[in-house]
Every structure is written in structure tokens, then in C-alpha cells.
Design a binder for this molecule. Structure first.
Ligand code: SF4
Ligand code: SF4
Length: 174
């Protein structure tokens, strides 16, 4: 994401410079603001300190500041596969809601599986090239972060998770 200033709308009030808590807007150049964007005048620059907090966007009465969400175009969600459940621990044990979450994930994955079964031909065979995609797209995984989490991980498998990812560290004891 990036913040950008439309110089055609900007009326050089400098309000955004005062509002930015990170000192991320600089006025560069001499003379008047370059209102039409084509001359040698002063212009506003968003520097590297910008945290994309959006305060300047709200503050600009001319709607001259915009957030460009350039990441959104790059992410193809059609390529996302499977369902991942974050398994929260409460004093070393799985939080009760985790079982429900895994159950919901299995229901969703089951719906996905049945729609994928429609890929099969009339004899029930799924084309080779679709098998791997099918398996991953309906897989339920869980991730668990803690210390000595073997028992909760086994429990997740008993709930029906296909795969459990474990991240252990002694500092995650509490
Ligand atoms: S608040 Fe808006 S109009 Fe004022 S200087 Fe900033 S961008 Fe330009
Ligand atoms: S988005 Fe936030 S950090 Fe970035 S220039 Fe605007 S006010 Fe400053």
C-alpha cells in the first residue's frame, strides 16, 4: 500500500503536514505549490516514515490524498488452498473454541470436497492433473504456537485436522 497526493486537487493548505504524527510528509521545492502538477513549484512528498495510518487522508478536505492498495492486484486468491485454523492455547491446553473452529473448517472443507467430486468423470475418476489441487484445496490444517505442545497437537489430529504445524519455544511457556 502507498499513500499518494493528487497535486491537481491539493490547495497547499499544509494541514496534512501538521496532522501526520510521523513527520512523513515533506514540502519540497521553492515557491508556491505546484497545483497543476506540471511546474517547478513546491510539492508534497510522502517519505519512508509513512506508516499508512490514514490520518492525512481523513484530514484533507480536498480529498487530495489517496491510498493505493497495490498489493490487492497482486494477490490471486484463486491460488489459495485449504483452510488453516489458529489453535489458541489457554494455560497449555487448547482453548475450547478451537474444537469448534476445526469442526467448522471440516464442514467447509467437506463442502469443497463434494464440489470437487464433480470434477470426476462418470466412473468416479478424477483427472491426474486435478488430484493434487483437489487434495490441497480441501485440506484442513492447524497451527499451534507454544512450548511442549505435543498433546494439544495430537488432540487437533483427533479432531480431524489433516496437518498440524507446530512452533515451539521455551519462552512460550506462559
Ligand atoms: S491537506 Fe490536502 S489540500 Fe492540504 S496540503 Fe495536504 S494534500 Fe494538499
Ligand atoms: S498515512 Fe499517516 S504516516 Fe503516512 S503520511 Fe499520512 S498521516 Fe503520515
Amino acid at each position: 500500500m502507498a499513500i499518494t497526493i493528487n497535486t491537481k486537487k491539493c490547495d497547499n493548505c499544509e494541514h496534512c503536514i501538521k496532522v501526520c504524527p510521523f513527520g512523513a510528509i515533506d514540502a519540497e521545492g521553492n515557491g508556491d505549490f505546484d497545483v497543476d502538477g506540471g511546474g517547478e513549484g513546491k510539492r508534497l512528498i510522502i517519505n519512508a516514515a509513512c506508516k499508512n495510518c490514514g490520518l492525512c487522508i481523513k484530514a484533507c478536505e480536498k480529498n487530495a490524498i489517496v491510498l493505493i492498495d497495490d498489493m490487492r492486484e497482486k494477490i490471486n486468491k484463486d491460488e489459495w488452498r485449504g483452510i488453516l485454523v489458529f489453535a489458541e492455547l489457554d494455560r497449555g491446553k487448547l482453548h475450547p473454541v478451537v474444537r469448534e473452529l476445526v469442526g467448522m473448517a471440516l464442514i467447509l472443507a467437506g463442502e469443497k470436497r463434494s464440489s470437487e467430486e464433480k470434477l470426476a468423470d462418470k466412473d468416479g475418476r478424477v483427472p491426474e492433473e486435478k488430484k493434487d489441487t483437489e487434495r490441497h484445496s480441501s485440506e484442513v490444517s492447524a497451527v499451534i504456537i507454544g512450548n511442549d505442545v505435543t498433546d494439544p497437537a495430537q488432540e487437533l489430529l483427533s479432531f480431524g485436522a489433516d496437518t498440524v504445524y507446530i512452533y515451539e519455544h521455551e519462552l512460550r511457556n506462559k
